[in-house]
Ligand binder design. Structure first.
Ligand SMILES: Nc1ncnc2c1ncn2[C@@H]1O[C@H](COP(=O)(O)OP(=O)(O)OP(=O)(O)O)[C@@H](O)[C@H]1O
Ligand SMILES: [Mg+2]
Length: 333
């Protein structure tokens, strides 16, 4: 799970800070004044049906700031939709009170919506339940396994054919996001699903748009949400540098390395610790990775961002390329 470093109190803004934040429509429409910072008493318990439409069925997963439920869209059901099931991500009760947290959830929605790609989770809507005053996202229900669960079932990693069928779409989704100016910020096995419909990259909750993209999004003081996942976050992120495409490349490289041999490249240590302990000296090609892919993956795992001279698209191309030996054999045939 992503570690949220600051205590909850740090997220609940002071009056002065609050004036710099964007608020969302938590108030019921008949109220004359919009509720600015929702008060403790205003955030209610989770109802069985949200926004009069989504019946909560069961918990699918809980993360740093909220939870994801499987729900039934009663409206689609009423119109005869044979598959009215959706997933719904909602802030937990404590975080529902923080305007920053709602803004982060909206930012996740806006970033993911920018990405229409077969291998990026599809979102439907951002809504607010006015009774319990909680913001939530509705999205496609993925049926399958996250890569962390897959790794538990396959502790020795995946054979190259299976690995390639995950690596290529995943890298393609990440390269697409980068090309659209969207950074993921939390590449790790539990944020990638191998669903019935293929690979899906999701959870842009720590994502960010590149400068000039989606300029209308609320400006968030992200350094207060110092929420990287230490085993997959590049050293520069743990040292306070801003998120970059190169940091995403480091995270996805850790994921691919782990899938290829069942082991994290640096024993799941925080990357700064792994770097200071010179663990790169022990690094060798994972067992199921073809030789010709290793130089690219090795470069993507560089601790120093200046040495990480490979993009997600280049990594995808390197993993998709056939080895020169195979190429020669094919040419001969
Ligand atoms: N659309 C979905 N369909 C099915 N399951 C989902 C869906 N979205 C999320 N999940 C499940 O819920 C878990 C948590 O989701 P998500 O990563 O979006 O939340 P999070 O609060 O950001 O978690 P974390 O902090 O651990 O990254 C996922 O690992 C997955 O198991
Ligand atoms: Mg997650």
């Amino acid at each position: 799970m992503t570690q949220l470093m600051p205590p909850l109190d740090d997220l609940l803004v002071t009056d002065e800070e609050a004036s710099n934040l964007t608020y969302f429509a938590f108030a019921k429409s008949h109220q004359a004044e919009p509720a600015l910072a929702p008060t403790k008493a205003s955030v209610g318990e989770m109802p069985e049906v949200l926004a009069g439409r989504y019946r909560i069925e069961r918990l699918l997963g809980a993360g740093g700031m909220g939870a994801v439920y499987r729900a039934r869209d009663l409206l689609s059901e009423q119109f005869g939709d044979p598959d009215p099931y959706i997933a719904l991500k909602i802030l937990s009760e404590e975080f529902a009170e923080s305007p920053d947290a709602s803004a982060l959830l909206y930012s996740e929605f806006a970033l993911t919506r920018r990405l229409r790609h077969d291998n990026v989770l599809r979102l439907h809507s951002f809504e607010v339940d006015t009774d319990c005053q909680r913001a939530f996202i509705t999205m496609e229900l993925m049926r399958g396994l996250t890569l962390d669960k897959l790794l538990c079932e396959r502790p020795l990693g995946l054979p190259w054919k299976e690995l390639r069928d995950i690596a290529l779409p995943l890298l393609d989704a990440l390269a697409f996001a980068h090309a659209r100016g969207v950074l993921h910020g939390d590449m790790k096995p539990s944020n990638v699903m191998l669903s019935e419909e293929g690979v899906r990259l999701f959870d842009f909750g720590l994502g960010q748009a590149e400068e000039g993209i989606l300029p209308g999004l609320p400006h968030l003081s992200r350094n207060r949400f110092n929420a990287w996942t230490p085993g997959y976050a590049a050293p520069e992120l743990l040292e306070g540098q801003p998120l970059s495409a190169s940091a995403d490349v480091y995270g996805v490289a850790c994921v691919l390395y782990e899938l290829a041999g069942g082991k994290h490249p640096f024993r799941r240590l925080p990357s700064t610790e792994a770097r200071d302990g010179h663990l790169e000296r022990e690094l060798h090609a994972p067992r199921n990775l073809p030789k010709h892919c290793w130089p690219a993956l090795r470069t993507a795992l560089a601790f120093d961002a200046a040495d990480r001279t490979i993009t997600a698209a280049q990594l995808r191309d390197a993993m998709g390329a056939t080895s020169s030996l195979l190429q020669r054999l094919r040419l001969r045939a």
